[in-house]
Design a binder for this molecule. Structure first.
Ligand SMILES: NC(=O)c1ccc[n+]([C@@H]2O[C@H](COP(=O)([O-])OP(=O)(O)OC[C@H]3O[C@@H](n4cnc5c(N)ncnc54)[C@H](O)[C@@H]3O)[C@@H](O)[C@H]2O)c1
Length: 269
């Protein structure tokens, strides 16, 4: 008997963690997974009052949500995230490694501090949180889904982001390495490579530390970029949420070690 489409995307009874889930792409993913039935633990560096709106939105969908404030760049903060998920919901089926930082920096200005911070959040935290999640999924003996948010920059550098592009290139390989080792436990590991998506992080990058002239130049550059994109618009967090729902659901059960590119055609520009 074929599984119905409704059942294929049903996450009722599943427990998900979404890192960096209070805003932007992470929020889009958290809401989609909750809408499909999952209980969601969001973890982020921002304080609880900033996370409250996302928790309210999930509650409005009739789903359960918890919040853990944590700086993922500090490894000692990772185990409590898994522990609190188990304490709150009794299980763990889906981990979305979404939290990430990005800031423009030409290679000639690159500092060790920016390099280390970027790798710590975008790559090292993903490796060690995934390790803990995988151990829990193996212990529970029910498989699971790990979804890493990489970037089209892991495939084609956009310029002035060498520290970021390296972290995301590493993340794509980490996805494949984990997939190879944990497939035998029924754990699927894939990544999503978004192109340009409208988020607070992108708005901040376009505005931070820029003079009015630089901001104007950035605005023009952005408008030209959008016109050249085959789909001629930025993506929305919800559209990355849709891809994450596919990877979190039974619809993707035979997919592992792969990258889903969701970029409005950026890579064929
Ligand atoms: N927006 C885009 O165009 C785009 C494109 C490609 C890839 N991505 C990737 O998607 C992910 C989300 O990006 P976004 O645009 O939504 O960014 P965003 O800045 O809007 O949101 C990122 C979230 O991560 C959290 N975060 C940052 N540092 C953290 C830390 N040390 N510990 C815990 N949480 C931390 C932030 O507080 C925030 O909630 C990132 O990994 C980013 O690299 C974004």
């Amino acid at each position: 008997m074929k599984t119905s489409i409704e059942k294929l995307f049903d996450l009722t009874g599943k427990v998900a963690i979404v890192t960096g889930g209070t805003m932007g792409i992470g929020k889009g993913i958290a809401l989609r997974l909750a809408e499909a039935g999952a209980s969601v633990l969001i973890t982020d560096i921002v304080d609880t009052s900033e996370a409250a709106a996302t928790l309210r939105d999930i509650a409005a969908l009739g789903r359960k949500a918890q919040y853990v404030q944590a700086d993922l760049s500090d490894s000692k903060n990772l185990e409590p995230i898994i522990d609190q998920t188990i304490e709150a919901f009794g299980d763990l089926h889906i981990l979305v490694n979404n939290a990430g930082i990005f800031s423009y920096c030409p290679v000639t200005d690159l500092t060790e501090e920016l390099w280390d911070k970027t790798q710590a959040i975008n790559l090292k935290a993903v490796a060690f949180l995934s390790k803990l999640a995988v151990k829990k999924m193996i212990e529970k003996n029910h498989g699971g889904k790990i979804i890493n948010i990489s970037s089209v920059d892991s495939i084609k550098p956009s310029g002035n982001l060498s520290h970021y592009d390296s972290s995301k290139g590493g993340l794509r390989m980490l996805t494949r390495a984990f997939a190879k080792e944990v497939g035998r436990y029924g754990i699927n590991v894939n990544d999503i490579a978004p192109g340009g998506v409208t988020t607070p992080g992108v708005a901040k990058m376009a505005g931070d530390n820029l003079s009015p002239e630089q901001k104007e130049a950035m605005k023009t550059q952005m408008e030209q970029f959008i016109q050249m994109l085959p789909l001629q618009r930025m993506g929305e967090p919800e559209e990355i949420g849709n891809a994450a729902l596919f990877l979190a659901s039974d619809a993707s059960n035979y997919m592992t070690g792969s990258t889903m590119v969701i970029d409005g055609g950026l890579l064929v520009m």
